[in-house]
Design a protein around this ligand. Structure first.
Ligand SMILES: NC(=O)c1ccc[n+]([C@@H]2O[C@H](COP(=O)([O-])OP(=O)(O)OC[C@H]3O[C@@H](n4cnc5c(N)ncnc54)[C@H](OP(=O)(O)O)[C@@H]3O)[C@@H](O)[C@H]2O)c1
Length: 313
């Protein structure tokens, strides 16, 4: 029998007194609204206390409805829940940041946010179009705004007390360093693709030196090929530790100090992803040194355009 208490309730401190973030989080990128609402409600019932949202996902209203039903049912209170959402690329101009934030808050039916992230460092042409494209089908970038200017607008949201912490997503280490160097309010969270096939050790070291929480999306590799759950090293550890391969990958994340976001519409997977217990030291070493697959699954960090196929369910 495992004592699951150990990892599922871990929280990491956020810098500048912004509280703590649960290590174990649930992502809301589920295009089907009925499936999304159901999965979010199951995740909250199981015990997930971090929901990761985005204006890009076009379902903040669904997340808001699911959260409020859970509040009313007494499953969880607003104060117990950590909610993140993200500013999309067409809203980087400083005068658009607050409007985009307020629109997200209305859809989520919240009066404060725990964490607001710049979804990618790529500014697209300002306007209502989420993917402004030229005739060649390439994104139209906006050279009229810098990431620093957008960051200053994010800082003002914290000043105004609407948002407890701010951060960045889909960012490379050199760009992160630029923001850390100029920030009055430092990034509290950096959300990037991170899993056993893309461990991001250098980025993690920088984040830990600066008190930034690295938040992994795709901790199970988006469920895509090559499958993390089929890796022979991970499968062998799972067998030795009496866990599933998914639990090994998730426990490894938390034990190295990384918070994660999984997503599932399968209640058994949702439960499994919450019920994680710690790995022995030799398993942590095997994860670091014996896994040979190395792959980035999502090209968003290079272009600002999500580079994977979202689930159909
Ligand atoms: N910042 C960004 O640019 C960015 C980009 C992408 C995603 N995200 C965020 O990250 C969240 C996580 O999504 P993800 O796709 O990256 O998550 P993921 O957990 O790596 O992958 C989800 C896939 O794994 C499967 N799965 C989940 N639990 C499993 C288990 N225990 N065993 C076997 N398979 C399992 C799911 O299928 P089933 O439904 O069948 O379980 C699904 O196909 C998103 O919802 C979103 O909030 C952020």
């Amino acid at each position: 029998m495992h004592t699951f208490e150990h990892l599922r309730h871990v929280r990491f401190p956020l810098i500048q007194g912004a509280g703590t973030i649960p290590a174990v989080g649930f992502g809301t990128l589920i295009p089907n609204p009925v499936a999304a609402k159901q999965a979010i409600k199951v995740a909250l019932e199981v015990g997930f206390r971090h929901l990761d949202c985005a204006e890009l996902y076009r379902n903040e209203d669904v997340v808001g409805a699911a959260m409020h039903e859970a509040f009313e049912a007494g499953t969880v209170s607003r104060e117990e829940l950590f909610v993140t959402t993200k500013l999309w690329n067409n809203n980087h101009r400083p005068e658009r940041v607050k409007l985009a934030f307020e629109a997200s808050m209305r859809r989520l039916q919240l009066d404060y946010l725990d964490c607001y992230l710049i979804h990618t460092p790529f500014a697209f042409q300002p306007g209502d179009e989420q993917y402004p494209m030229n005739e060649q089908g390439e994104p139209i970038y906006d050279s009229g705004v810098t990431l620093v200017e957008t960051w200053r607008a994010m800082e003002r949201l914290v000043d105004e007390g609407r948002c407890k912490s701010i951060g960045l997503s889909d960012i490379t280490l050199p760009k992160l360093k630029e923001i850390v160097a100029i920030a009055r309010i430092k990034p509290a969270v950096v959300e990037v693709e991170c899993h056993p096939f893309l461990p991001e050790w250098e980025l993690l070291e920088f984040c830990q030196q600066h008190g930034i929480v690295l938040l992994a999306f795709a901790p199970l590799g988006h469920g895509m090929e090559p499958r993390i759950t089929d890796d022979p090293v991970i499968k062998a550890i799972a067998q030795r530790a009496d866990m599933t391969p998914a639990q090994v990958a998730l426990a490894w994340a938390v034990q190295r100090g990384v918070a994660f976001l999984t997503t599932s519409t399968n209640p058994a997977h949702i439960q499994e992803n919450f019920d994680i217990s710690s790995l022995p030291e030799n398993a942590m070493r095997d994860m670091q040194h014996r896994i040979t697959t190395s792959v980035r699954l999502n090209a968003v960090v290079e272009t600002g355009v999500p580079g994977f196929v979202p689930r159909r369910a």
